[in-house]
Design a protein around this ligand. Structure first.
Ligand SMILES: [Mn+2]
Length: 362
């Protein structure tokens, strides 16, 4: 994903916790009082009789997978559940094979006075889009998320940046609600887990163990991931050939850090889905000669959404969140972005200057 909330290339430090239900019920001390937050979340979910679960705008597999898995688990407990997101108006095409989509309701049909609003994978109230009004109208709200930057915008919060995906937190809660993992719930959890860990590159042992549980419960990895990761329209290949054919490599940027970049103008992106556009940075970032990759995607006559990725070098690398932050954006250490107004050439100049500056001081 090109948005700033993709956890691509984050690195996780192990904690004492494990992903199994038995472990989460143990009173083991967890930094930040997570156990208490987890228990409160479980109690809220156990009591709620009408729940609306909302993912972030333009939901990815972690957001929608979390919402659907939790929604199905609550439905199994007899709870009245709706799943929603503010934009786009329909489920993104690549996520339309996830089980449980019958829980998704359009914005106009959302119950605005539920007992409990649960937001999943949402880092800030803005990421709820028009559904942020639910924060005021729901009786209570519970924020479940793994973004370190979470602004804690609800009444109650289960925020764990050590979780590789929000579905990890959802899996623990489902265990603690004593809802058995069925194939449909497992498929949703697997979709979020596989994508947010960049196909398990950034997954601790306990997270691989969770994946094994999900597969044992009936999630079929190839079937779950094919529409999400392995399916593009033919026009994608033409777009790639043009965009990648014009990619530029400058290995000298940042005192040898190296930058590879490409631009996608509106003519080139016409008719393609977000899924196709988001794939470009993942190809670009494989260039061995550059530690930093940038994709400049035109969103208006003079506006460009710039995505940055940093390659890890022996456990180290450029902090692109700092680069993006200096240019008015933000994100994660290895995946960040900013919005640029002006020419794409000027955006590249700004990135180069920032990389030269930060690598000189580092
Ligand atoms: Mn996520």
């Amino acid at each position: 994903m090109t948005d700033l909330h993709s956890p691509a290339s984050r690195r996780r430090v192990g904690t004492a916790r494990r992903a199994t239900g038995a472990a989460t019920r143990s009173p083991a001390a967890v930094p930040g009082g997570l156990t208490a937050a987890h228990r409160r979340a479980r109690d809220l979910l156990a009591r709620g009789r009408s729940v609306v679960v909302v993912g972030h705008v333009h939901p990815d597999a972690d957001a929608l997978g979390s919402a659907l898995a939790l929604g199905m688990a609550l439905r199994a407990r007899g709870v009245r559940v709706q799943v929603a997101f503010a934009e786009p108006a329909t489920v993104p095409e690549s996520l339309r094979e996830l089980p449980g989509l019958e829980l998704v309701v359009p914005v106009t049909a959302v119950d605005h006075r539920p007992e409990l609003l649960v937001t999943v994978d949402v880092g800030s109230a803005e990421r709820l889009g028009s559904l942020r009004t639910l924060l005021d109208t729901a009786r209570q709200s519970l924020v479940i998320d793994h973004h370190a930057s979470n602004t804690r915008f609800g009444d109650h919060h289960l925020v764990d940046p050590a979780a590789e995906a929000t579905v990890v937190l959802i899996a623990r809660l489902i265990d603690d609600l004593d809802v058995p993992l069925d194939a449909a719930i497992a498929a949703n959890l697997y979709a979020g887990l596989a994508t947010d860990t960049v196909a398990f590159r950034y997954a601790e042992a306990r997270t691989h163990q969770l994946a094994a549980r999900l597969v044992a419960a009936g999630a079929r990895p190839a079937e779950v991931l094919r529409p999400i990761l392995d399916t593009h329209p033919f026009g994608w290949l033409d777009m790639l050939s043009r965009v990648l054919g014009n990619a530029v490599l400058d290995p000298g940027v940042g005192h040898g850090v190296g930058l590879v970049y490409a631009t996608i103008d509106q003519v080139t992106s016409a008719g393609l889905r977000q899924e196709e556009l988001d794939s470009v940075i993942d190809l670009l970032r494989t260039a061995a000669e550059a530690q930093v990759a940038a994709v400049l995607k035109q969103t208006g006559p003079q506006t460009w959404q710039v995505s940055l990725r940093a390659r890890e070098v022996r456990g180290n690398g450029v902090d692109v969140a700092a680069v993006a932050g200096a240019l008015g954006g933000g994100g994660h250490v290895r995946a960040a972005g900013f919005t640029h107004t002006g020419s794409p050439g000027r955006a590249v100049e700004l990135i180069v200057a920032e990389l030269d500056r930060t690598t000189a001081s580092g």
